[in-house]
Ligand binder design. Sequence first.
Ligand code: AHR
Length: 307
Amino acid sequence: MRMKSTALGMITLCLAATWPVAAPAATIGFAQVGHESEWRINFTKSMVDEAQKRGTTLRIVDADGSRAVQVEAIRRFIAEEVDAIVLAPVVIDGWDEVLEEARLAGIPVFIVDRAVDADPKLYVTRIAANFNLEGKLAGAWLAQASLGRCAILELQGTPGSAAAVERKRGFESIIEQFPGMRIVGTGTGHFTRAQGQATMTDLLVAARDPDAICAVFAHNDDMMLGAIEAMKAAGLDPGRKPLTISIDSVSAAFAALRAGELNVTIELKSDIGGHILEVVEGYLAGRRDYPKWILVPSDLHEGAPRP
Ligand code: AHR
């Protein structure tokens, strides 16, 4: 504010000195994965709604599943001198260079949802669920439901994404403790309903005896919803045999639980915009005691058992 020697100017200065001055609304660049699933669309909406509530300017780039587009978006945010960058990375690797550019420009970066393998000094914190635990929960539920004997088909999420890598790892760490449980067919459905359906169709064709498949584990609900269509088209009765387990807990998954076609959906909270922006704005206001991983807890929702 420029100093003026008028009476009005003096009053303004006095008020500013007496009352706490609200921090100017922040401008935040958000490099989002894309719009591949109902979960992702809900998450974007949560960020937009929360930014609006807080008067925060949110510049969103929907990368449509491309790391290159996200890297370009981060460079643009740096050139625009945003106050902070929120990155929901498509894949784990390939971030050190651009995060170093943000650091040199003095712009703090917050990782949300999926993880990166970059030097942790290059970002403030990661706000995310424990994908490995989600995979373990899926494996543990299935071990109990199948009494430890199960031929499993798996639908994986985007290759190289933390959500796919960790869910698979967590699931396998449980089933490998049961000699009667094994993954007999696996393929990627890229977290989308259409590709989940196409890949499940292929896996069922490749399976020697589709009737012997005891369960399908999908890394997200959208792929499972597509897979359910593929199983029905192949004459199977998803929810009874095969058992069906997926992750996200989107509204369409609850409908499938009620219809008895989905047995379990493990919750990944999507309404986390408030939590994220609170951390970002806390940091911009001077708070520095954030841990490197701020955990968003998961839950498990189960349908009624089928006869
Ligand atoms: O990274 C989280 C995963 O990405 C969600 O489980 C999936 O639906 C999304 O696309």
